[in-house]
Design a binder for this molecule. Sequence first.
Ligand code: SF4
Length: 509
Amino acid sequence: MSELSERFEPSPERPDTTGEKVRCDACPVMCYIADGRTGACDRYGNVGGKIVRTDPLTILHHAAEEGTPLVPFLDPEEPWDGELVNTGRRFVSAIGAGTTYPDYKPAPFIVSQEVEGVDLVTVVTEGIFSYCGVKVKIDTDRHIGPETATVRANGEPVGHVTTAEYGSQMLSLGGVRHLTGGSKAEGRVTCDTLLALCNRQPVELTIDDGAMLVVEAGKAPVIDGRQEQRMRVGCGSATIGMFATQWRDLVDEVVVVDDHITGVVSEHQAGKVLGWPDTGIKIIGRRSTPGRYFKVSEPGLGWGGTTIADPLEILGPFNANKGARPGLSLLMVSTTGEQFAYYELDQDLKPVAKPFPDRLKKSVDLIEDNCEPALCTVLFMGGAGGSLRAGVTENPVNLTRSVQGLNTYVTCGGAPVYVWPGGGITIMVDVTRMPQNAFGYVPTPALVAPVEFTLRRDDYLRLGGYAEEIRSVDDIAARGGAYHNPRRDRPAPGGNPWPPLRQRRRERP
Ligand code: SF4
């Protein structure tokens, strides 16, 4: 344990002791913890009769940004030591900060910092979120389960399949009804699942009447044991629109097979503009607009997210009166370019598979090249609009108004968040922009997430902030806080705006 633990002095504010055990007061569970043991969440322990936060307080260091003098490369006088260029700017994140409970107590750290002549305050706390969940975006065309189908972890319901997006399937997991509204096992498994996903660990999920998935933030999804490679370039219609010119004069007809919108180049507006002749092709599906067909198949794991293994299944008879003729060439391809086949019509106008011609390889490769790698994206979503606000100001609604008015900038572990418009402070954050293992849990059950609120000192005082609790970054780095944990200094994850600077300029993330 670091020198920070030396700060501990028992006081009426600090935990009660019962025999050898010490009572943790950081959440409603109020564990009695024996010496040398940790409480139910493993976030706090009893070290020699003191309640100690077991993870270090994370202080982020700002690496070089525009305008910072560069370290000379290969300078014989002063060779670069390989360290990130340190600007001397530090940001006390809420990771390891601890939680105050009940909420009317001031947040664990209220930090002052002058940035480019502006006096800013950052209020730092690990919020306990009973109302929270994750939105998971899975880049795949494959059918993973019907919309609204239940998603399970270890057999317990933890969420559902929600509206698919462009090239991605979406899950909505967690939420107060799964955390607290079902059985104890459902709440516990939901909390475990959210915690693992937010801390970027792989999680196995099954979908009722659907697929088995392995989901991990920032990694490719695994669907029914098969790792997904590519996210589709677009729907079938969009693919026709993008590549029609590549196919002109190389093939007589192209069909891009897609579960949502299958495209046919000779009928599509892109083909019409290029003067593409009719081919007498017939697609078995619901025609939406020229060259665009819905429901050519059921959703599945085959071509373009359909059940199709043989693409000829979606073709009706060719019509000689509308341009079909023996020898007419036909390319069929999926929206990722992973599946493709080439046919020519025989004397009876039946398509016959032929070796794939070299002249078309480039166009199929181009579809594949335009596909992005398939990834899982995990966004943590939670409501900070409840009692947590009381740790920031004595008049909680002032914080909500300040956030909505862009006077307060909200971050999670230093990462920018999206604040939903409307009432409360409902935030969303990409967990891959946060330092790893930034989340914890309490067995109520609820997730614990780091939250920082940064605003001008004068604004903070105006909204009823705890003036006497404000401390400098230097003081916190030197003396720590009430929970005696060591501190860990680490570079801020790349790509995130530096929170105090962002607030000084009062910009949206
Ligand atoms: S669950 Fe964790 S935070 Fe809650 S009282 Fe127990 S040790 Fe403290």
